[in-house]
Design a protein around this ligand. Sequence first.
Ligand code: ATP
Length: 366
Amino acid sequence: MAHVRVESLRKEYDVGTVVAVDDLNLEIEDGEFVTVVGPSGCGKTTTLRMLAGLEEPTSGTISIGGEDVTDVHAKNRDVAMVFQNYALYPHKTVFENMAFGLRMSTDMSADERERRVTETAEMMDIEGLLEDKPDQLSGGQKQRVALGRAIVREPDVFLFDEPLSNLDAKLRTSMRAEIQRLQNELGITAVYVTHDQHEAMTMGDRIVILDGGELQQVGKPTRVYENPANEFVGGFIGSPSMNFLEVDVDDSGDGVNLTGLEAEFDFELSGSYVDRHAGSLEGGRYTLGIRPESVEFVDGARNSITGRVSVVEPVGSDNYLHLDLGGEFVARVSPAIEPQPGDDVTLTFDESAIHLFDPETGRDVF
Ligand code: ATP
């Protein structure tokens, strides 16, 4: 069993002046694939290196399979790490690179070693490369070897540190699918660090979002997308990013009234939003979050906003319209909707797509 538990994990650098990871609590089930995402410097790599035993926590504990490994040396932890730069031994052949970990960590017979390397190489479709040296391989082949080297050891936990970042977009897509196939076949327990939210969303059973060393949210990707815990997560997950508008909320009548503070609009919510949140919303100032894909165009109906188009960005499947609504606002619409820059358009959004965040704490108010 490879259940991973992280409790109150903290890492300080430079005598406490940098807090890279702050009070992180996390549980990863056996066989679960967890992705960790966040902006540069949020503490992703530091977290992974502490799990690997390459970095000593300032405080807190890490356990794997029920055993406290906080003070266990990296080479005695049953984890395998796959790096962005492959970290292959340049003078060894692919076979030797893959067999190396087996030779180091077990007293396995040479026959058994060969059998396992060959089997794994077949699984990774690199059996024809076993006698090659790393500099004879393409980036994608090197990363297959690095993956194969991790798999052949049959570790309790796989740790991936941005393994696909050096590959071009097409290869990244196919390697992503390959890792998911391996995950389905082998049921591996994995922590996968990436700065690419698309990769994190598509690969993770659950996604962990960090910012400033602190856990922002953990959950199933669709759930995090639909119910971001705070403004940061709302803005970080989803592409193009969620739009934010400052509003004043008035709950003194039967419904709830939202008035734009920078953009001019007046929304009277009455249906699903009020039903869901009846009694729990207090009047005052909030940040309204609305996703670009939740915007609909209307002909000046009730609950609408008018804005001027500044840029039309066609991406094939959709058009991204950049609008001036007090600040920048992006609407993701069908390619059939193609206004010109300078046109005024009127839009609305469904009540169920509205998020309200506390402007002080950023927290989703519900
Ligand atoms: P990136 O996506 O850019 O790799 P990251 O999310 O992996 O970023 P970390 O590398 O974990 O972030 O760094 C977290 C914070 O800790 C950053 O502020 C970084 O500058 C700092 N940091 C990391 N390693 C060290 C170190 N060895 N000494 C001092 N500060 C460090």
